[in-house]
Design a protein around this ligand. Structure first.
Ligand code: NI
Length: 175
């Protein structure tokens, strides 16, 4: 089932999400399917449960080809519950990212380039991955949602937050 995605300004996007303690339950399976359905319907590459008003530490992400990020290589479809991030080194990089809760905008956000993440799958089994680049960026972005953080709060220079031209198809935004 496709859910409504909450938009910036909704106080439910700014809560600290609760850990998941029960796994492999019918409601958890349904929630995760709904998150993928909602993400796909919006052409997203990731979604966090708080974005559909569920205050739990669950994120889903992944894509093969995505129209919103045509230049990016794919990321395997992943369910990550109660995630933990470990930054392997201090190297950071800038990159443009969007958010389904911040429609029509992109921001140039500084993130760690490389990280190790670990978390639980739908059955509660722990797994971990070492990732780099856009995969690392997506996981950092989605984990921010679990701590009530939207990417615009990570931007200090106003020029690093832009309005996408297609958000105003009848205007002259490109000029
Ligand atoms: Ni987002």
């Amino acid at each position: 089932m496709i859910h409504k995605i909450l938009h910036i300004g909704d106080p439910r996007l700014h809560l600290i999400a609760d850990s998941v303690i029960e796994f492999d339950t019918p409601p958890l399976h349904t929630l995760i399917q709904d998150m993928f359905d909602t993400m796909h319907a919006a052409d997203g590459v990731g979604l966090a449960a708080p974005q559909i008003g569920i205050n739990l530490r669950i994120i889903v992400f992944g894509f093969e080809q995505n129209p919103r990020y045509p230049e990016q290589h794919g990321i395997p479809y992943t369910v990550l519950i109660n995630p933990e991030l470990n930054f392997i080194n201090t190297e950071q990089e800038e990159g443009w990212e969007g958010c389904l809760s911040v429609p029509g905008k992109r921001g140039n956000v500084t993130r760690y380039k490389q990280l190790k993440y670990r978390g639980q799958d739908v059955k509660g089994s722990w797994f971990e991955r070492d990732v780099i680049g856009f995969h690392a960026r997506v996981v950092q972005h989605e984990c921010d949602h679990l701590n009530g953080i939207l990417y615009p709060t990570r931007i200090t220079d106003p020029e690093d937050l832009i309005v996408l031209p297609q958000a105003f198809p009848d205007s002259q935004m490109e000029n």
